[in-house]
Design a protein around this ligand. Sequence first.
Ligand code: SF4
Ligand code: SF4
Length: 416
Amino acid sequence: MYKCVHCGFCLQACPTYLETGLETESPRGRIALMKAVNEGRIGITPDVYRHWDLCIQCRACEVACPSGVPYGNLIEATMSEVDQQRKKGLLARVAGNLVLNSILPKQGRLELVANVLRLYQSSGLQSAVRKTKILSTLAPGLAEMEMSSPTVSKQRFRARGQVYPAQGEVRARVAILSGCVMPLMHGSEMDAAMRVLTRNGCEVEVTKGQGCCGAIHSHVGDLERARALARKNIDAFEARGVDAVIVASAGCGARMKEYGHLLENDPGYAERASRFSETVKDIHEYLVDLPFTPPTAKLDRRVTYQDSCHLANAQRITDAPRTILTSIPGVELVEMERSDVCCGAGGTYTITEREFSLRVLDSKMRNVGRTNADVLATANPGCVLQLQYGTQRYGPPVEVKYVTDLLDEAYRREDG
Ligand code: SF4
Ligand code: SF4
């Protein structure tokens, strides 16, 4: 943190500073608070950690910083301290433990929750609740969250150790991260990612024994649980000896590429974690490096691209998704203003900092609207869900898609 020279170059990159104009809601202000706590000038009080809580952890400040301040590492360590010192009410403790420790790491339980949500959505109960506005009267906060709850996909994607054969000559043997939320919410999009990989000569294994990457746990400061999940994934993938571990979710890819840092003090895993992280590849970077075969069929779409923070800022990948989009005949890529600024989704931010998340989303959707695009492409499940809600709430009526969905659509059109 002492690398920070207070130059302020990061301020205009920070979504919470852009919304408030307040130094305390800027990266520089948050680092100043970290220093003050570190030097014993102030304690970790609610007034202090409120400013860290409001950080979306998008890491745009890290990219903008000329002094190389590793803001991602700083906020991760800071939130871990906060997590240990924060006094939580009984309900928050029980809910936090239930979601982070008992549901997210256990795919069976997560699937059960998804089934209940799907039943609520498909039984007509959801439309009755929305029509009668009963929830808005009784609990407006809950009603707002209900409105933004994602539609649970009927199609699921499961990690059972199955192998998808390559089409034509085998160019690589890879494994794919199935993840926790993405296979339940976006099962058909995972299938699209598989088709894109196999079409380009990859034999893809959905490795058994893998699980949640730990990104959400890190976001809320539960680094111990994140480390346990990292070890589980390293054990599962390492044994397979594949050429690469492909990740279709930017947030998970960012976490897994930093397992080396997460486990640096674990003598049994430090070295293995660093080696493992080197094998992790984001799906866009992998396709471009292969290189993938550009489709020949035309998709007449006007597309704008939202940089997912964990792809652009944490993994520093901005060109590959654009290369894929512009390779599709007929796709016109229209850049939106400030595509590099976060959409307001980040770990649990859309739930814990609802009001602020919507303010940031509102600004994002205004920029999307100015492009007159009919498709908004991005690279992370959290961003897809947040932007889909943005189109419902603020417009414009664009279709939100993963970049790989568009590539898959073009390939399928090519096949007739
Ligand atoms: S991580 Fe994002 S929200 Fe947090 S201080 Fe940096 S730019 Fe601002
Ligand atoms: S750009 Fe870097 S050095 Fe400058 S204020 Fe921001 S964090 Fe500090």
